[in-house]
Design a protein around this ligand. Sequence first.
Ligand code: FAQ
Length: 330
Amino acid sequence: MYTQGLDQKSNRSDVPPQQDDAAAVAAFQARVDAEEKIEAKDWMPDAYRRTLVRQISQHAHSEIIGMQPEANWLTRAPTLRRKSILLAKVQDEAGHGLYLYSAAETLGVTRDEMVTDLLSGKAKYSSIFNYPTLTWADIGAIGWLVDGAAIMNQIPLCRCSYGPYARAMVRVCKEESFHQRQGYEIMVELCRGSSEQKEMAQDALNRWWWPSLMMFGPSDQHSRHSAQSMAWKIKRFTNDELRQKFVDVTVPQAEFIGLKVPDADLSLDAETGHYRFGEIDWQEFMDVLAGNGPCNQLRMQTRRQAQDNGGWVRDAAQAYADKHATRVAA
Ligand code: FAQ
């Protein structure tokens, strides 16, 4: 899926164009504008490649770190059915991380390099995963809101100009929509339950609403990459456009189950049909990005420990691969 195109004849000549070759840059942009997919072996500007490596690896890291908040409830899920669903969901997130690392590898970066950048703190992962999961309702809220926001952002990525990323996103989005529905179903059940259960659902919505809106990134005014990424058709909508779509879809879902979105400024604009919503606390967003969210340290500590614990598996796999290569060569 990711390497499609590697076995095809490349569209470039034997001598690849220089990075400052204006004709090559114009030809590349013309292909993007014509909605052609750019494949791994095609010539591309270095900045396009770097942008994709940054975004895809951040996305992969988010899937992997994103397993932690939900894994926190695997041993405490209220029923066997809920436990097996949650286990499958957390495994799906690991799979998404792997598809995405593979997609990024087609751009010439290695898995080791990406993981090193994550563990050193150089590479980002989504701000949302630095919040704690305090109650079972948080598992419902994550599926409903976090996976809901992820789908809103990722459906357009299925049309990304870079083929391997676009193709990886198709399956990811199918799985994320199942995740979203299972999360909403947890919220529906809690809201139909006792008053304590409904309060628990409301409390989870109160804590996850604003961080979910932050997932879409800084406002368009402050998004440094959006304009170029839109021109390259990596992004199809701006951060604010996607955030607005998410609010418009999600507010009626909250109302349907009798929950109140924690925003005093929320109102439906009858003229546009869109919800107007209050100001996001951008200081909180910046603090989380700077490593000072409620769980940043814990998430990284857990990830580093997992990397250390898995060292012997990687060593054994490498030793086996070396032995196999030696036998084949002999
Ligand atoms: N958190 O100029 P922009 C999921 C950074 S997957 C942290 O707007 P861009 C599934 C940004 O990287 C969730 N950093 O940047 C799941 C840039 O940093 P840099 C992840 C953020 O790239 C569910 C700087 O701010 N999804 O949830 C955030 O054009 C449940 C300037 O921002 C993706 O990664 C943030 N929220 O747009 C898993 C989707 N927002 O490198 C487990 C793909 C922005 O310049 C459980 N990514 N930044 O230092 C994207 O669509 C884009 O990269 C955006 C940001 C929209 C995230």
